[in-house]
Design a protein around this ligand. Structure first.
Ligand code: ZN
Length: 267
């Protein structure tokens, strides 16, 4: 499961490794290891040999700028495992065939992705492309400390649903998934099924402030559970005890998805 802090850490790793190198190939493979069309209409030769001139991110999208012109956008959120493999490529036949997307950057660097809807995660953008999918996204929560909470405050004022559903909606904040949504609500001491309309002014501010606070803390902790503060719920998803009161954590279905929360500390 890839959420915003993990995706940003991956982007940083990718930037260090791939900047100013050239794309080798882009292959989508089925379970037999056969190359199949990408599904997004990107021909292999559209990216082959192009120099990676920038790598940046917005929400769960990572953008590879190619030759300062076109942009290869990859949606990294949701059910996706990604790994960066360095070193010479293993000789053909020595590797188990597996389904996935592989982007070879040069002979010594390959990006592997495994997960759902791999083909439709790719887009090659130029100045004529339809970028509605980007303009529909809410403010990037890792950039919120710079831009202030005003845009989120305004967006929240138009929402009526449960807070956890609002957090999982990319048009409110992109890239927040189950784990960090639960943490934001725990730190804000608000139940996952509290509705936006039930909050007073102070509750709304507490909720909004925790969005960038939790995500940037997760990023600084390299999204590694042992490095998170002891006061974080995320450290206790396995043992099921609230780090604040010691009580048992509970599960709650909100909008068809299951949230973890403390019924005593979150009201
Ligand atoms: Zn508690």
């Amino acid at each position: 499961m890839a959420e915003l802090p993990e995706i940003e850490l991956f982007r940083q790793k990718l930037q260090k490794a791939a900047m100013h190198r050239r794309v080798g190939f882009l292959h989508l493979r089925n379970a037999k290891g056969e190359t199949v069309p990408s599904g997004s209409g990107i021909a292999d030769d559209a990216v082959r040999g192009r120099e990676i001139t920038d790598i940046y991110r917005y929400g769960a999208q990572i953008f590879w700028e190619l030759d300062h012109r076109e942009i290869l956008a990859i949606q990294m959120g949701g059910e996706l495992a990604m790994e960066l493999e360095r070193g010479p490529a293993s000789k053909s036949g020595s590797q188990e065939p597996r389904a996935g997307l592989e982007i070879q950057v040069n002979a010594h660097l390959r990006l592997h992705m495994h997960g759902t809807q791999l083909g439709s995660r790719l887009r090659l953008l130029d100045e004529n492309s339809d970028v509605d999918f980007l303009t529909r996204l809410g403010p990037d929560p890792l950039m919120v400390p710079e831009t202030g909470l005003s845009s989120l405050r305004e967006a929240l004022s138009r929402r009526r649903s449960a807070l956890r559903n609002i957090l999982l909606d990319d048009s409110f904040v992109p890239g927040v998934g189950a784990v960090w949504a639960d943490e934001i609500l725990f730190q804000a001491r608000l139940r996952p099924d509290r509705t936006a309309t039930s909050l007073d002014g102070e509750g709304r501010e507490r909720f909004l402030a925790q969005i960038p606070a939790v995500l940037s803390r997760a990023l600084r902790s390299q999204a590694k559970i042992p490095l998170l503060p002891k006061t974080f719920l995320t450290r206790h998803r396995e043992d099921g005890h609230c780090p604040a009161c010691g009580g048992a954590l509970e599960h709650l279905a909100v909008g068809g998805k299951t949230a973890v929360f403390c019924p005593s500390c979150q009201l």
